[in-house]
Ligand binder design. Structure first.
Ligand code: NOJ
Length: 541
């Protein structure tokens, strides 16, 4: 594996590939049915073999788990069900040995309602930490102070009977929002960030990065209109004052300065913001805010060339000089790409992965993407996500994309010990698992691995520019750098691209690997290739 030092011109996260580990569902080392840090350590060899560069761990800090780790009750302690501080040290040591970076999930917008800060804050209006959270008097009718709704549904305010004020929560009522206007809160997080960086983490994925600052005057949100995106229409209001405030950029610049004390530190924001100009603003001047701002229109788009091409083109045009995109097709909140983009169609899964791994930018694979893992149907009596529990059957929640990683077709699935019931049910182990795909040269897993190896050894693919190319048919094509072309057929008909000379380095139809291209490149429906002058894309063991 090439070490970051081999790319002195770009930080590790820029030429590399990230992999999201949802720790509770990755691998269970102690046989309690819940994935843990020991399990991650046991499976680092898979990530090394696959060829990713960095691992983003979903929250591992102490949490009562109202929202499975996204309700933190101690930002520097390890959640006991996931392991011990010693386990994390071992994980960091082992990752370092394998050349893998470790990225933490930072949840600064809200804490758990069990966090000692909130317990103290709600204890009295005169508490020293009262102002650490967003408290407000009831409205004139005794109801909530304003019209804000939680992104998990219902009012964003809960009355604290004892002190007669409402507290704000943009998610569950067990997730009170911190008051980021308060300098002490900012200083506290400076310390938390520094603690983790000093322990050797390579960066942070920052939860709901766009939400942390709220309107200082707590003004009502304006009503949604028919021109707004569907999710905004569903909430009935535009999140103008409870999120996306301009002052958030001051906080991010502060974090950037802190992070830069450890050069190469990655700040990657969860940034579900539109329009694209607002998303691009999270990169600041290209150097002074986030390194990567996640593009939710892309993940939410249909797997169709016109839609995706225009989202990618819009972002490319909007980014400031020096900024670098990030692309992802699945995560622990959104239906998996094999289901949402590909509808379970094997050819579409392969096309989606070529696309994801060959755009200009850093790809983030979610655990299971590398084997084309689809969502799992989770029966109502096994639901664990508070959203599924609250809204089933209208919305089954996020458990279907959080089920255990299927390592092999055997009792326990290689995730947990045989006979142990995992915290969420496993999917169809025989249909999709790592072991079988590893043995099959034509599998999705080997396609992804070969693409990652090709990317790693090809500067055009890990660092080159993006230039869209004209095609005939339902596909999309682009040049990377000077010498490589990526062409994806995104429909049932043939896609033709003229003026391409070289060799197929990796194709979704592995029978085409090595094929000479002499001017005219023709793709069948739902087929993708990477063409370049280099050698074929086989990967040495
Ligand atoms: C985004 C996280 O990805 C999601 O899982 C969580 O529920 C919310 N933020 C609240 O922290």
């Amino acid at each position: 594996m090439t070490s970051p030092a081999a790319h002195p011109e770009s930080p590790w996260w820029q030429h590399g590939v990230l992999y999201q580990v949802y720790v509770r569902s990755f691998a269970d080392s102690d046989g309690d049915g819940v994935g843990d840090l020991g399990g991650v350590i046991d499976r680092l060899d898979h990530l090394r073999w696959l060829g990713v560069d960095g691992v983003w761990l979903s929250p591992i800090t102490r949490s009562p788990n109202a929202d499975w780790g996204y309700d933190v009750s101690d930002y520097v302690a390890i959640e006991p069900t996931l392991g011990t501080p010693g386990d994390l040290d071992r994980l960091m040591d082992e990752a370092r040995r394998l050349g893998l970076q470790v990225v933490m999930d930072l949840v600064p917008n809200h804490t758990s309602d069990q966090h000692p800060w909130f317990v103290e804050s709600r204890s009295s209006r005169r508490s020293a930490r009262r102002d650490w959270y967003v408290w407000a008097d009831p409205g004139p009718d005794g109801g909530p102070p304003n019209n804000w709704v939680s992104s998990f549904g219902g009012p964003a305010w809960t009355l604290d009977e004892a002190t007669g004020q409402y507290y704000l929560h943009n998610h569950l009522s067990q997730q009170p929002d911190l008051n980021w206007w308060n300098e002490e809160v900012r200083r506290e997080f400076d310390g938390i960030i520094t603690t983790w960086l000093d322990r050797g983490v390579a960066g942070f994925r920052i939860d709901v990065c766009n939400v942390i600052i709220k309107d200082a005057r707590l003004r009502d949100n304006p009503p949604a209109t028919q021109d707004d995106p569907l999710d905004v229409q569903l909430f009935g209001q535009r999140p103008v004052f409870n999120a996306n405030r301009p002052e958030v950029h001051d906080v991010i610049r502060r974090w950037r300065r802190l992070a830069d004390r450890h050069p190469g530190t990655l700040l990657m924001g969860e940034t579900p913001v539109e329009p694209v100009s607002a998303l691009a603003a999270y990169y600041g001047d290209g150097h002074d805010e986030l390194d990567l701002a996640m593009d939710f229109p892309f993940i939410s788009a249909p797997l169709e060339a016109p839609a995706m091409r225009s989202i990618v083109g819009d972002l490319e045009s909007a980014l400031p000089d020096g900024a670098w995109p990030v692309w992802t097709g699945s995560n622990h909140d959104m239906s998996r790409l094999a289901t949402r983009w590909a509808g379970g169609d094997a050819a579409k899964v392969r096309v989606a992965l070529v696309l994801l791994l060959c755009l200009r930018g850093t790809p983030v694979l979610y655990q299971g993407d590398e084997i084309g893992l689809p969502d799992t149907d989770v029966p109502q009596d096994r639901l664990r996500d508070p959203l599924g529990v609250a809204y089933y059957p209208a919305y089954a929640g996020r458990d279907g994309m959080r089920t255990p990683m299927p390592w092999r077709d055997a009792p326990g699935g290689g995730f947990t010990a045989p006979g142990v019931e995992p915290w969420l049910p496993s999917g169809d182990l025989a249909r999709c698992n790592v072991e079988d795909q590893r043995a099959d040269p034509g599998s999705v897993l080997n396609l992804v691995r070969d693409l990652l190896a090709l990317r790693r050894r090809t500067p055009d693919l890990h660092g080159g520019s993006y230039t869209p190319l004209a095609v005939e048919g339902p596909g999309w094509a682009w040049r990377r750098g000077d010498h490589h072309t990526v062409a994806v057929g995104m429909g049932d008909g043939t896609t033709v691209l003229e003026g391409v000379v070289g060799r197929v380095l990796v194709g979704t139809d592995r029978g085409r690997d090595g094929e000479t291209v002499d001017g005219r490149l023709s793709l069948h429906g739902w087929e993708a290739v990477v063409v370049g002058p280099g050698p074929t894309g086989s990967t040495p063991d």
